[in-house]
Write a protein that binds this ligand. Structure first.
Ligand SMILES: O=C(O)C(=O)C[C@]1(C(=O)O)C=C[C@@H](O)C=C1
Length: 384
């Protein structure tokens, strides 16, 4: 094949890709039209039956064109997720008009290339408006900036599939005067990054934030004679590795590239599926439509009686409310006392949820609602 033939084929591929983009944009516009119908008729945004029928039809048609089921399913799951999340974000925007600003000042941990920055980009990509990024040195700086009105939103990592809950953030939420208004899950692909020419055998020091160190503990144990230096964010770890010889940092390939570092080893996390869930906080709570999947997070201190926690949790069961997370944390200054963080699949606007919260008072000393927000973890429908 000649260079000219290759160029001609690539031109054709470019044209097809552009056509695909035009069609995807058109599909998105049409799905916004469907949203109008759902708002007017008070229907849930997600219609899993329709998604299943659509996927099955597409898989059948795709097969007749020589495309396999796995490929079609993967492509359309992404398209459907985008469609649902965009409709939900638009609905939320119409319900909370005072949050619709031209610019959003967003505080997150670290700087260029930090995982929190990637989560920030993902969350705000579905929300219109310009994002003014405010990289911070600590989680406390983030909540302080939101409390003082220096930032409109803060992004905080709350849990990870490899290392579990991020206790520092749970403890901060005990006192921070902020509300949870959203969540975003982002896949975290840890790589070992170093200056060009450095190989794994040359590395004597690794820089990272404590979370990547915890999430890659198995890989780190396999290295002999390597010291670890903790940094306050992934971006500062990458900067440090960019300035030193015989050293490396743990971060994303993208973040490494932005500082001129190369990937010398990838897939470092203990779990192959390494995802972090971030919460989005703001000064004021949001109103969340009952037409979309919603989470409510709260902190409660149960009474000091035998079985108080069990009694409190029974309230959720009796009111058919699904609990997706329960985490206990000590109360600073009160040894052996604990508070419980609870995530519920519930909307605070639902009378049944109000009834449950009223009943909860009987078994608790305090209950504080941390926020009610759009749940972004969609479970994909599975065609057979
Ligand atoms: O058909 C609908 O009800 C839509 O909202 C469109 C659409 C889609 O993008 O195809 C999006 C969300 C629903 O879960 C099902 C399908």
């Amino acid at each position: 094949m000649t260079q000219d033939t290759l160029d001609a084929l690539r031109t054709e591929i470019n044209e097809i890709d552009s056509e695909l983009l035009v069609l995807l944009a058109k599909r998105r516009r049409i799905s916004h039209g469907v949203l109008e119908y759902k708002i007017n008729n008070n229907k849930p945004i997600r219609d899993e039956e329709r998604e299943l029928a659509l996927l099955e039809k597409l898989i059948r048609y795709g097969k007749s064109l020589g495309l396999d089921q796995f490929y079609i399913n993967n492509v359309f799951q992404v398209i459907l997720e985008d469609s649902v999340l965009n409709q939900q974000a638009l609905l939320q925007k119409s319900l909370n008009p005072d949050t619709v600003n031209d610019t959003h000042r967003v505080a997150y941990l670290g700087g260029q290339g930090s995982y929190s920055q990637l989560a920030c980009h993902k969350y705000f990509s579905r929300r219109p408006g310009k994002v003014v990024e405010m990289g911070c040195q600590s989680f406390e700086d983030i909540t302080n900036s939101v409390e003082k009105g220096k930032a409109d939103f803060g992004i905080l990592p709350i849990e990870n599939t490899s290392s579990g809950s991020i206790n520092e953030v749970f403890d901060l939420m005990q006192h921070a005067q902020v509300s949870i208004v959203g969540e975003v899950t982002h896949s975290v692909e840890h790589c070992l990054l170093a200056k060009s020419g450095i190989e794994l055998k040359d590395v004597k020091k690794i820089y990272a934030h404590p979370q990547p160190f915890a999430q890659c503990s198995r890989f780190l144990q396999s290295l002999a004679d390597v010291t670890h230096e903790t940094c306050d964010s992934t971006s500062s770890a990458i900067k440090a590795a960019a300035e030193c010889d015989q050293s490396a940092a743990i971060g994303s390939a993208q973040a490494g590239r932005s500082q001129g570092l190369e990937v010398i080893k990838s897939e470092l996390a203990n779990q192959a599926e390494n995802h972090s869930r971030f919460i989005v906080v703001a000064r004021k709570p949001l109103q969340v439509s009952t037409q979309i999947p919603t989470k409510t997070s709260l902190i409660m201190a149960t009474k000091q009686h035998v079985g108080s926690l069990a009694d409190a949790l029974m309230v959720f069961k009796e009111n058919s409310i699904n609990m997706t997370k329960l985490e206990s944390r000590p109360v600073p200054g009160n040894p052996w006392e604990e508070v419980f963080y609870v995530d519920l699949q519930a909307n605070i606007a639902d009378p049944q949820v109000q009834k449950a919260l009223e009943a909860l008072k009987e078994h608790t000393q305090t209950v504080r609602i941390l926020g009610c927000y759009q749940s972004e973890s969609l479970k994909a429908v599975e065609p057979i």
